[in-house]
Design a binder for this molecule. Structure first.
Ligand code: HEC
Length: 124
């Protein structure tokens, strides 16, 4: 009985903490799910737009924010190390675009390798 109450409290406390984090916009909690990032950045063409140089500064920053969320998510399969490497490469490429680096498009093309990442980390 005592134990049961304790775990109830633990759950309630957990909810408060998680809720607080969400409100405080905690850095370690992903703002966007992997699917959201895929829809907007990959399938939606934002990544391509930044890659071919037709994106606005705001769009480049949006892409960077999306890719930063990516690495904070847990992929449905695959090793965490590989996931971190792949998502970091995307973050670095988007950063290069925000900073106006000349090789940003090349970095982006390499990092946004749909098939390679899906093979390792997408469930089906
Ligand atoms: C860094 C790794 C990575 C890269 C690069 C990547 N994807 Fe994905 N993608 C994923 C993962 C992981 C999932 C599975 C998400 C899930 O099931 O939660 C996914 C899922 C998807 C989905 C399905 C989304 C849904 O709602 O189920 C689409 C569409 C997609 N990716 C398109 C693309 C395209 C197009 C590219 C290349 C331009 C790309 N992705 C590049 C990791 C990646």
């Amino acid at each position: 009985m005592q134990k049961c109450l304790m775990s109830l409290w633990a759950v309630a406390f957990g909810l408060v903490v998680v809720g607080g984090w969400a409100m405080a916009d905690d850095k370690d909690k992903p703002k966007h799910s992997i699917k959201d990032v895929m829809k907007t950045a990959m399938k939606g063409g934002l990544c391509k737009k930044v890659g071919d140089g037709s994106a606005s500064d705001a769009e480049k920053k949006e892409l960077l924010a999306l890719f930063e969320s990516l690495g904070k998510n847990k992929p449905p399969k695959g090793e965490e190390k590989s996931w971190k490497e792949k998502s970091e490469a995307l973050v670095n490429a988007a950063k290069a675009a925000v900073d106006g680096k000349a090789d940003a498009a090349d970095q982006l093309k390499k990092a946004a390798n749909c098939g390679a990442c899906h093979k390792d980390h997408k469930a089906s």
